[in-house]
Design a protein around this ligand. Structure first.
Ligand code: NAD
Ligand code: UGA
Length: 436
């Protein structure tokens, strides 16, 4: 295996995982970020996101001298007083949030391209790992204005909460570039992982990422719609999805109904693909319906809680179990739990929430929710307890103890996480999603 000198620009969930994992595969990696406080913490070995295995990999990489952190892309690519070999591969792992009209905002990608274009060593490869619309590789190449620098699309498919595992055990590697040698150079970085590798053109590679995320979003909207239908027909969505999932063409994964799908990617990527389709003059009602189904979910959950507390939420104390967008992460971005919380709050409910991944309030995200540091405080005097995130530890709570502190023994379980029999034995009424 060739050991490459790699720069990773953006040290968030994707960039830090990419940097630490590539270092663990033997490459020499420098990670850059514009956030000076984050870089200072990382240099002290302090990883500020919840990702199993990541702090250990970062520590190992730093101790082996294969992983370092610098402030700003410029310092990663053309360090002052450099004695090291020049970088050969530059990964862009910067944010591409939802911009105007739902389109991906490419400001960070463009800012980095602008910053590094005159600094890139001759013949190096720029790899876009951020999720970007079709045509961005070509546009980046234009912005760089360097005939000697290839731009490669290499989308990332890791999930938050299992980022290291997913990076090191990928279902596939996708590399898109019209220059075969650059594509092969990037694919070779992952050769030790033994994953199926698709070498394709840049446009197809860029579209694979949206196609995959949007398919997952559609699958979940289908399940959430099926749950609603189950409620009307007296069927049980757990039984229905189990029966569907044994079909290997469907599979059991990604079939759990909930308060809607969220997070920093599925929502923005579905909006972006709608916008990409629009711009191409293509109507995509299937995708549009998935978005609309998802937008209705939080309202459906609020209605369940309203009914459970007797028809009005005004002045009712509601204990929320879970605030993050899914279990196993500390990420609150576009969390369906917070959308439900906002709906409850708008009808006058008083909210106290507990989340194992979010021990303290986060300005601009948890506003209107008193964030408790233990579950008993969230349940105290509650007119209803609402499960919003599927943290497995909620299943094992001392429900008889919660029954003693709650004002009413009512649980609305938007994730169908809890065992209704355990709840009923503790004296609670239990309302789930898509059940009789
Ligand atoms: P993030 O917000 O966690 O991290 C991005 C980092 O980039 C931040 O630390 C930010 O300070 C830094 N940054 C911003 N502008 C910069 C600049 N000009 N120079 C250097 N650093 C800069 O974002 P993320 O979740 O890692 O996502 C990054 C990209 O990867 C997005 O396009 C996203 O859609 C995609 N993606 C994310 C995931 C995921 O699970 N989070 C998975 C696959 C793909
Ligand atoms: C998702 C994709 O799964 C990754 O492959 C992709 O790389 C990533 O987006 C990205 O592009 O950023 P992630 O955002 O970490 O990963 O979250 P998921 O695990 O996909 O969950 C998304 C949402 O769907 C969450 O709100 C989750 O609770 C919900 N979900 C998931 C369900 O409601 N039911 C399920 O069965 C599965």
């Amino acid at each position: 295996m060739f050991v490459r000198r790699i720069a990773v620009i953006g040290a968030g969930y994707v960039g830090l995982t990419t940097g630490a994992c590539l270092a663990s595969l033997g490459h020499r990696v420098v990670c850059a970020d514009v956030d000076a406080a984050k870089i200072a913490r990382l240099r002290d070995g302090d990883v500020d996101i919840l990702e199993p295995g990541l702090p250990e990999l970062v520590a190992e990489g730093m101790a082996a001298g294969r992983l370092s952190f610098v402030l700003g892309a410029r310092e990663a690519i053309a360090p002052v007083g450099a004695v090291e070999e020049p970088v050969e591969v530059v990964f862009l792992c910067v944010p591409t949030p939802m911009g105007e009209g739902g389109a991906a905002d490419l400001a960070a990608v463009e800012a980095v391209a602008h910053e590094v274009r005159d600094l890139l060593p001759r013949g190096c490869v720029v790899v876009n790992k951020s999720t970007v619309p079709v045509g961005t590789a070509a546009r980046t190449r234009q912005l760089l204005g360097r005939r000697d620098v290839a731009v490669v699309s290499n989308p990332e498919f890791l999930r938050e909460g299992s980022a290291v595992h997913d990076f090191l055990n990928p279902d596939r590697i996708v590399v898109g570039c019209d220059q075969q040698d650059a594509a092969e150079r990037v694919a070779a970085l992952y050769s030790r992982l033994g994953a199926p590798t698709l070498l394709t053109d840049a446009a197809s590679s860029e579209l694979v990422k949206y196609a995959a995320n949007c398919f997952l979003a559609m699958k979940l909207s289908y399940v959430n719609a099926m749950a609603e239908l189950c409620e009307r027909l007296g069927a049980d969505v757990g039984e229905v999805t189990e029966g569907m999932g044994y079909d290997r063409r469907i599979g059991q994964a990604f079939l759990k109904p909930g308060p809607g799908w969220g997070g920093s990617c599925l929502p923005k990527d579905t909006h972006a693909l709608m916008q990409i389709s629009d711009a191409a003059g293509f109507e995509f009602p299937l995708l549009d319906a998935s978005l609309q189904t998802n937008q209705r979910q939080s309202g459906r959950m609020v209605a369940k809680v309203r009914a459970a507390v007797g028809g009005s939420l005004a002045g009712k104390r509601i204990g929320l179990l879970g605030l993050t967008f899914k279990a196993g992460t500390d990420d609150l971005r576009d969390s369906p739990a917070l959308a439900v919380a906002a709906g409850l709050r708008a009808e006058g409910a008083e909210l106290t929430g507990f989340d194992p991944g979010c021990p303290a309030p986060v300005a601009g995200l948890t506003d209107g929710v008193a964030v408790a540091d233990d579950v008993m405080a969230a349940a105290k005097d509650a007119d209803a307890i609402v499960v919003l995130t599927e943290w497995p530890e909620f299943r094992a709570l001392d429900w008889p103890a919660l029954a003693r502190v709650a004002a009413n023994r009512t649980v609305v379980d938007t994730r169908n996480l809890l065992d209704p029999d355990v709840l009923r034995r503790a004296g609670f009424s239990w309302v789930g999603v898509g059940s009789r």
